[in-house]
Design a protein around this ligand. Structure first.
Ligand SMILES: C=C(OP(=O)(O)O)C(=O)O
Length: 303
């Protein structure tokens, strides 16, 4: 059984705990704090556990040869580096997000995409650092996060089993008790059902019994994320948008508020439906039993 990780917000992630549900806002705020707050409102209304953002230092994350590539944006035609700067939140925006999420009782955290972003985020007391699939082989970044001691959520899309093992080893060599989680993921946008490979969830859970295993999904539809929760994902993450038709790279493969509400409701229903695997007769079955059974032996234990 995987260990349970207690977050500094009071929530817990691990086997036996309710699935921790993350609405991945990522960069779907399109650089607008107003849109970010609307997304947080909708996420809270859907009863998710956390909203997540992506934090980058554009000058580090965008290769220099792409800086001056021109593109059309809602703010006019501009270079790629200026566009990336425009969609990046700074201290004031994240302070406002911090206060807003605290007011609504919802966790927030980010995936950090470079070492400087970890320093930046240390100004806030977020419960988790996520490491995106694209960064799983970035050992200096992982080491930088480990030095903070905060719970780490690795994601494993676009990675080989060897790369997963190497990253897990790096963490457990640093500290065998490090609060570490691993998300199964396939980094295709949108991801075809036949490439989701959800059986990786129990595979990872068996291989890493100390690490809560979760799921970061990029499929269309909700059924397969529900299936991931049924298969033991202790946390699930899906991209979240106000409107799939909005301008920006991640909106089309995101879930809108109504869909997110349904997904959270269905995950909670399934959690309570799974029961404990011990056969019992429920009080609600006694009436039908009396009507329908010919020979009645009223069970001694009725729930
Ligand atoms: C891209 C990200 O995650 P994943 O690799 O799980 O999709 C992210 O969290 O920024």
């Amino acid at each position: 059984m995987s260990k349970v990780i207690s977050l500094n917000t009071g929530r817990k992630i691990g086997a036996g705990e309710p699935c921790y549900i993350i609405a991945e806002i990522g960069i779907n705020h399109n650089g607008s704090l107003d849109i970010a707050k609307k997304l947080i409102d909708e996420a809270a209304a859907a009863h998710v556990d956390a909203v997540k953002f992506q934090k980058r230092t554009p000058e580090i994350c965008v290769p220099k040869d792409q800086w001056e590539i021109m593109r059309d944006t809602p703010w006019g035609r501009m270079s790629y580096i200026d566009y990336k700067r425009k969609t990046e939140f700074g201290f004031d925006e994240y302070s406002a997000i911090d206060a807003y999420c605290k007011k609504l009782g919802i966790d927030w955290f980010v995936s950090v995409w470079d070492v400087d972003s970890v320093d930046f985020m240390e100004q806030f007391d977020t419960p988790v650092y996520k490491l995106a699939s694209a960064s799983l082989t970035d050992f200096p970044l992982i080491e930088k996060i480990l030095a903070t001691g905060r719970p780490l959520m690795l994601s494993s899309g676009m990675s080989t089993m060897q790369e997963i093992e190497d990253a897990m080893k790096l963490v457990y060599d640093f500290d065998p008790n490090y609060p570490l989680m691993m998300a199964h993921s396939t980094s295709a946008y949108p991801c075809k059902p036949e490439e989701l490979n959800l059986k990786m969830i129990p595979t990872l859970a068996a291989k890493y019994p100390e690490a809560p295993i979760g799921y970061s999904g990029h499929e269309t539809g909700l059924a397969t994320t529900l299936a991931a929760a049924v298969m033991g994902a202790t946390f699930v993450e899906r991209h979240f948008t106000l409107d799939r038709a909005m301008w920006g790279s991640d909106h089309a493969a995101s879930v809108e508020p109504q869909g997110f509400q349904r997904m959270v409701r269905d995950i909670r229903d399934v959690e309570s439906a799974l029961g404990d695997g011990v056969k019992k007769v429920y009080e609600s079955e006694i009436g039908p039993m009396k009507r329908l059974r010919v020979n009645i032996n009223t069970p001694s234990e009725v729930k």
